[in-house]
Design a protein around this ligand. Structure first.
Ligand code: SAM
Length: 285
């Protein structure tokens, strides 16, 4: 059975009485080049174990299983379990894990299901949980890489550089933990049903060591403060967030002490500049 052939997929789902759920972000791939290219982009081999989030009918799962040593595919929709039992029957290196990726213990999942393999993540992510899932995966420090298809708009934010419209707190979070690359676009016509927006595949190669030397809590407190009030200058945004601890004059001195103009906006600062600023603020707290 070709799991990206629209007729085969409709027949399969019809036999199992499956109904699509919008709430679960169920847009299944029906273009054979897409799962192949995503699995290829993941760069996994037989030494790797892959956590796939949301296997759907299993088209990407099969491509991953052909390349990786083991695949643990986490699926929330119970009605897809009998479908996956059928479509993945010939793959002895795939384990379907029923459950919600937002609630699962990721460390236990990697230790129990991918023991002995280098852990990676690869998925066509449900759109509604993209940001919290990526945050959890990166903060967990468990995975060597995360290759995912997400909305193009979010993909651009993941990879955006300072001074661009897409740059924000989420860009800095992703780029603190990983080297992020925007790989290719996938048009709506490649899915059943077709979503309203274009998708894109990103690969996040997780860093072995942080790129800047400041505790992440201190760094992201400053980053969140700077982008929480995007239209304000950095000075005004920081004085709203740190007003109890610092006077405006003290914050002005911290900003200019980093070699930045006092009128600068947060979106102009690179990760390194945020780290310098956070380090100075942290040392006074
Ligand atoms: N991988 C398949 C493909 O590419 O055709 C399906 C991708 S579809 C965009 C998202 C999948 O994630 C669906 O199978 C959906 O049921 C599943 N899903 C949604 N929320 C989930 C969650 N919280 N945990 C695990 N799976 C979830």
């Amino acid at each position: 059975m070709d799991l990206t052939n629209i007729h085969d997929v409709k027949d399969l789902l019809g036999r199992h009485g499956f109904r699509f759920s919008k709430a679960l972000g169920q847009n299944f791939l029906i273009a054979d080049w897409v799962p192949r290219q995503i699995a290829e982009a993941a760069g996994v081999d037989k030494s790797c174990g892959v956590v796939e989030i949301g296997p759907g009918v299993g088209c990407l799962t099969r491509e991953l299983a052909a390349r990786a040593g083991k695949v643990a595919a986490v699926e929330l929709d119970k009605s897809l379990l009998p479908v996956l039992a059928e479509t993945l029957a010939d793959f002895d290196n795939v384990e379907v894990v029923p459950g919600d990726v937002m609630k699962l213990d990721l460390a236990a999942l990697a230790a129990d299901r991918l023991n002995g393999f280098t852990p990676h993540v690869c998925a066509n992510l449900p759109y509604n949980i993209t940001t919290p899932v990526l945050t959890n995966l990166l903060e967990s420090g468990l995975f060597r890489s995360v290759t995912v298809m997400i909305q193009k708009e979010v993909a651009r934010r993941v990879c955006a550089g300072s001074g661009t419209a897409d740059y924000g707190a989420f860009s800095l979070l992703c780029q603190y933990y990983a080297d992020c690359e925007l790989l290719f676009d996938v048009p709506p016509g490649c899915f059943l049903p077709a979503p309203k927006v274009t998708s894109a595949v990103v690969r996040l190669a997780v860093r072995e060591a942080p790129p800047v030397n400041v505790p992440p809590e201190a760094l992201f407190r400053v980053v969140r403060a700077a982008f929480g009030q995007r239209r304000k200058t950095l000075l005004n945004a920081l004085s709203s967030a740190y007003g109890n601890q610092f006077s405006k004059d003290e914050l002005r001195q911290v900003i200019t002490g980093c070699g930045l103009p006092e009128t600068v906006r947060g979106e102009m600062l690179s990760l390194e500049q945020f780290a310098e600023l956070a380090g100075k603020i942290d040392s006074f707290l």
